[in-house]
Write a protein that binds this ligand. Structure first.
Ligand code: ADP
Length: 258
């Protein structure tokens, strides 16, 4: 709390009262801290692959007769780190775009059935490669909401992408879309590694990862669910998670129908 105190006196210099202003800055201070942490985290996350790339490039340049197989491995590492940088920058740009367009007027009509179908066809190959069965229950026709089509697609892609990412081979991912009262309900369910209760409350925070090394190996940035949460809030929806460690997770999304 910010406190301002001033004594009041009359023309004769006699004290006649006191003015006290109490300003609750806790919310502001909190937001400021969140922003500072975010910049620090983002810088750190960007710096790590840059350092690795620089080191590898210097080694390749200095080591003139490097064996071919070693050079190939180093080039592969540079590629991996560059892809990581690219994902990070893409996610940071999404966050920045979301922040500048927060609470925009939703003039576009988005067909959720088409968005989910599109997301499912995008992951067809990876599911086949990973031997994950992908099933769905979708309405026959359109299901319309007011929103930003690109953001809605990103939201669905992120949830389905995570389900596949955190589900080992021979697992199962299912996606359900249906109307529930005045809302569209999307359920993304997987039989993957699950999330313990203590982590469930924090996974929507920026850069929060249950297992940093695992997420990184799978190409994660730790930003996907924070982007999801932002998009959901912008569309006046809700998202919840229920999960049992080592058994799987279910993300349930509700969005107001148009
Ligand atoms: P990431 O890029 O690391 O996947 P997200 O913001 O998308 O970042 O998710 C945050 C963390 O939540 C992940 O690192 C992972 O630990 C956990 N998580 C998200 N989705 C799932 C899921 N379907 N199953 C298990 N863990 C998940």
């Amino acid at each position: 709390i910010d406190i301002y105190v001033a004594a009041l006196s009359n023309d004769l210099g006699e004290s006649v009262g006191v003015v006290v202003v109490l300003n609750d800055i806790s919310e502001l201070a909190y937001l400021e801290r969140v922003r500072r942490d975010f910049v620090a985290n983002a810088s750190h996350e960007l710096k790590t692959p840059i350092t690795v790339i620089l080191g590898l490039a210097e080694t390749i340049l200095d080591y003139k007769d490097m064996p071919e197989n070693m050079r190939t491995r180093f080039m592969g590492d540079i590629q991996t780190q560059t892809l990581r940088l690219s994902s990070l920058v893409t996610d940071l740009m999404s966050i920045s775009r979301l922040e500048t367009t927060q609470n925009g007027v939703m003039t576009e009509t988005v067909d959720l059935t088409a968005s989910v179908k599109n997301a499912l066809s995008n992951v067809d190959n990876i599911c086949r490669e990973k031997k994950i069965t992908l099933s769905n229950r979708l309405p026959k026709g359109e299901m319309l909401i007011n929103g930003d089509k690109e953001e809605i697609n990103q939201l669905i892609d992120n949830l389905i992408g995570n389900a596949i990412k955190y589900t080992p081979s021979l697992g199962h991912v299912s996606v359900t879309l249906k109307a529930l009262d005045e809302q569209a309900q999307i359920i993304v369910k997987d039989t993957g590694i699950g999330i313990s209760l203590s982590h469930q409350q924090r996974i929507f925070e920026r850069f929060y990862r249950v297992d940093k090394a695992r997420s990184r190996d799978l190409g994660g940035t730790g930003l996907g669910l924070s982007i999801v949460k932002n998009i959901v809030e912008k569309h006046k929806g809700t998202i919840s998670v229920s999960s049992i460690e080592n058994h799987g997770s279910t993300f349930t999304l509700l969005l107001p129908l148009s």
